[in-house]
Design a protein around this ligand. Structure first.
Ligand SMILES: O=C/C=C/C=C(\O)C(=O)O
Ligand SMILES: [Fe+2]
Length: 307
């Protein structure tokens, strides 16, 4: 947290049908429905998250990500970073408090990879769901589906990822935890964190700007990932790949699709990162193993289906 950016805050996902999407994000993933607004957007969160929401679903004609936001320690940090983003040459949009319900003002900026990012510092805190802050039990008893604990990260595809990675590292204090590098030394993928988590956002180089590869949610254990796989079968949900393990960050994972074609991941475990850690590097000729540690081969769908 070198520059006062703490953690992922929220992601707004476009879906083709909000009721179908809720069967996926609320009933299958087990996110909690927290609110709705007059635009019809639905606000959800994982049960361990202390802020009111981390996922916003917006009905639209096309799937994908509208924006992903990172929470800062205070408003003064947002002011300072806003100036630095302008000086860097980013297009800034000031989004007023209340545009997202119970969220303070946000500063939105574009990136060379064609994605919209936001920073903000204020959001209503509702606390961990179903647990008291004093003498909390281990977990709430009435969770559903996969019982996703939190929105963990997203993987974004676009051009010029190295410029976007430089921007997030130099201005917002992200660290490069892991990378994939080709035989000429060009970085093809970067996994970035602002704290000790394995990653808070990741990028893969791709010609089309602003694309979403997946939105990932954290589960506690490998057993939970296996149970998620069972639920994917029980609900006849479109499976992408898994359960398996990543080489990159070593998480135990499964990927599947929401009814609009957005890819979801649930995963458990994974490495940790301190600011003095050198980036872990995977060489492109080992890409299969880097992504799917057991199969060691890539499937075409995994690399090409984006929203
Ligand atoms: O090419 C994709 C690599 C994906 C890795 C993850 O999704 C992860 O580590 O969570
Ligand atoms: Fe992931």
């Amino acid at each position: 947290m070198k520059k006062g950016v703490m953690r992922p805050g929220h992601i707004q996902i476009r879906v083709l049908d909000i009721d179908e999407a809720l069967k996926h994000y609320r009933d299958l993933l087990g996110l909690l429905e927290m609110d709705r607004d007059e635009q019809g957007r639905v606000y959800l969160k994982g049960w361990t998250e202390v802020d009111k929401f981390s996922v916003v679903l917006r009905e639209a004609d096309s799937a994908g990500m509208d924006f992903v936001a990172y929470k800062c320690v205070d408003e003064a940090t947002v002011d300072k970073l806003r100036e630095e983003l302008i000086a860097y040459g980013c297009q800034i949009q000031d989004i007023p408090a209340g545009e997202l319900k119970d969220c303070g003002r946000r500063v939105r900026f574009d990136s060379p990879s064609g994605h919209q990012f936001e920073i903000f510092a204020t959001k209503k805190q509702t606390g961990k769901w179903g647990l008291n802050n004093v003498n909390p039990e281990a977990w709430p008893r009435n969770l559903t589906g996969m019982k996703a604990t939190r929105f963990d990260h997203c993987l974004l595809y676009g051009p010029n990822i190295n410029d976007t990675i430089d921007l997030l590292r130099s201005l917002l204090g992200f660290d490069l935890a892991e990378q994939v590098v080709d035989d000429k030394g060009t970085r093809l993928a970067g996994f970035l964190t602002v704290g000790m988590k394995a990653h808070d956002v990741a990028f893969i180089e791709h010609p089309e700007p602003g694309k979403l590869h997946h939105v990932s949610f954290y589960l506690d254990t490998w057993e939970d990932v296996l149970r998620a796989a069972d639920l994917i079968s029980m609900t006849d949900t479109s499976l992408d790949i898994g359960p398996t393990r990543h080489g990159l960050t070593h998480g135990k994972t499964i990927y599947f699709f929401d009814p609009s074609g957005n890819r979801s991941e649930v995963f458990a475990g994974g490495d940790y990162h301190y600011p003095d850690h050198e980036p872990v590097t995977w060489l492109a000729d080992q890409l299969g193993k880097a992504i799917f540690y057991h199969d060691r081969v890539l499937n075409d769908r995994f690399l090409t289906v984006l929203t």
